[in-house]
Design a protein around this ligand. Sequence first.
Ligand code: 0O2
Length: 264
Amino acid sequence: MGVSSIDKGIDTARITAERRELKTELTRFMMSYKFATDEMMTKINILKEEFSAIHDYSPIEHVNFRLKSPEGILRKAIRKGCPLVLEDIRDQIQDIAGIRITCSFISDTYRILDMLTSQQDITVLEVKDYIAGPKSNGYKSLHLIATIPVFMSDRVAPVTVEIQIRTVAMDFWASLEHKIFYKYQGEVPVDLVHDLKQAADVANRLDVKMERLHDQVVALRPGERAETDIFSNAGLSRFDLPEDFLTAISLGRDAEDEPERNRA
Ligand code: 0O2
């Protein structure tokens, strides 16, 4: 009797220790996705700010991110027949960390994709181009699945992030389609499926037309395109620059050029 209660006590202590260890492991697992999202968001924000400082518009309208909830991860793992083991979940569920970049124009989606995939510390696992090849329901987006190294206290872990890149029109369509899909639990009536497909075509025509208009406007004033507007982006008027400062900078530049000129 006494021995069995000691055994029980040992068992309880072991289970408690195991649960504590699992909790730590799970927390680290979820945190790694949060850190990967933070790192990727920093990269995207740098691209956004730098681009709008150098050009006269931002190709990124807005950026959202979300971490799948533990319940959502479990649901997806069960749906995909993935073993409920962290290593398998890490390998098979690729959208635990999800970022959505909404762009102004179709060409911007590819431009942003190129800018991200050419960064040295981003490893591309897969690119799904649903813009060039839309899904049968009309869904369009670029999906980039990539890893980014996350530096933890005792290790560096490559963490997978899914980045969806689409235009405002594609995003508008996808949000509505997502709502309808869930409302009908996947069994969307045929006429609604047909209307959604038509709406996707209209959205695409709008994208093409808006981009054409934008190109026309840009072509009208080519000289202004390269104009740097870093001050207005920083909330400053560019006329706030003191003349003395400009003079000093241009004198400095002339002085730097001087040896070149002398040599020539
Ligand atoms: P949620 O709730 O947005 O996270 P996967 O299941 O990801 O391993 P799949 O389905 O081949 O494999 O991946 P795909 O096609 O790249 O889709 C991943 C995500 O893209 C989806 O995540 C959606 O967010 C979005 N998506 C894909 N197809 C559609 C579509 O037809 N309509 C809409 N509105 N969104 C779509 P989840 O996990 O399905 O959903």
